[in-house]
Design a protein. Structure first.
Length: 275
């Protein structure tokens, strides 16, 4: 454990999120390494709300598939620092940019771990709402962990429609835009499955499935594509198991979309890890 924030020595900057900076730090006493997320006290209210939500969820979760929190500190200045388990390969997004597209075998392995993480979260009534490559952390052992709970939601009653418009729009499911058409008794959990499907597709194809390689499309075009366009699917060279798995995740109608538990027994992920 970390006794004092002062024991942590900054090693380098790992990345910038909205509102905060993440540093690689080392505990001078134990030499343990952590990722320290620091949020300035003068950040705006939206960022503040997000960081309290994230702290609340990190405090509640304990799973090998969810990034661990080793301490939360408030400095006299009002800055907040969260010590997280350090993931030495960064995010799936950075790995994709450095190493290029992933093999099906790797994607199956990633899918299984993220599903285990989502199973943990969903069974604790937590909807992540921002699953995407840059929010999935990896280490050299190819362990994958879900991170970044800034817009997550702890479900108590039914969904509050006023607060459904959060997360990275690009990975948002059709029922988030149009609950009348795609979300009969919409509860939010299915949205994480849609985002997982898009994420895995992106790892295989090397670009965001709704826009051509190297191109950014505007927000309105994207929303139309998600709600009214054809669902993206895998190229011909993908295996039938993988193709079917993606189709189960990317059902536009949230009722037809598979749940975490159904997907965990899908042949694409349920078999023995192929070596
Ligand atoms: P974004 O809005 O892009 O999702 P954010 O505000 O949510 O950013 P984080 O995702 O928490 O901020 O962190 C920003 C970056 O810091 C990440 O993209 C990642 O590169 C790095 N990072 C965060 N947590 C860790 C960790 N536990 N181990 C290693 N690197 C990390
Ligand atoms: Mg992030």
């Amino acid at each position: 454990t970390i006794d004092r924030l002062a024991d942590l020595e900054k090693v380098q900057v790992l990345g910038h999120g909205n509102g905060g900076t993440v540093y690689k730090v080392c505990n001078k006493r134990t030499s343990a390494v952590y990722a320290l997320k620091v949020i300035k006290s003068d950040c705006d209210n939206i960022v503040r709300r997000q960081i309290f939500r994230e702290m609340e969820i990190l405090r509640r979760t304990d799973s090998p598939y969810v990034v661990k929190c080793h301490g939360i500190f408030e400095k006299p200045s009002g800055d907040i620092a969260i010590a997280l388990e350090y993931m030495d390969a960064g995010t799936l997004d950075t790995v994709l940019n450095i190493n290029g597209t992933f093999s099906e075998m790797l994607i199956s392995n990633i899918a299984r771990q993220v599903l285990n993480g989502l199973n943990y979260l969903h069974s604790h009534k937590i909807v992540h709402r921002d699953i995407k490559p840059s929010n999935l952390l990896v280490n050299q052992k190819m362990e994958v962990k879900i991170a970044d709970f800034g817009v997550s939601k702890i479900m108590c009653r039914t969904l509050d429609p006023c607060d459904s418009y959060v997360g990275t729009c690009a990975y948002m499911s059709p029922e988030r835009f149009d609950p009348d058409t795609y979300g009969a008794n919409y509860n939010g959990y299915a949205g994480d499955i849609w985002s997982l499907g898009l994420t895995l597709l992106e790892l295989f194809m090397g670009h965001f499935p709704f826009s051509p390689p190297g191109q950014k499309v505007d927000w309105a075009t994207l929303m139309c594509a998600i709600c009214f366009g054809d669902t993206p699917s895998l190229p011909e060279n993908a295996s039938p198991e993988f193709t079917d798995f993606i189709n189960c995740c990317l059902q536009k109608d949230s009722i037809k979309r598979w749940t975490v538990l159904q997907l965990l027994s899908h042949p694409f992920v349920s078999g023995d890890p192929k070596s």
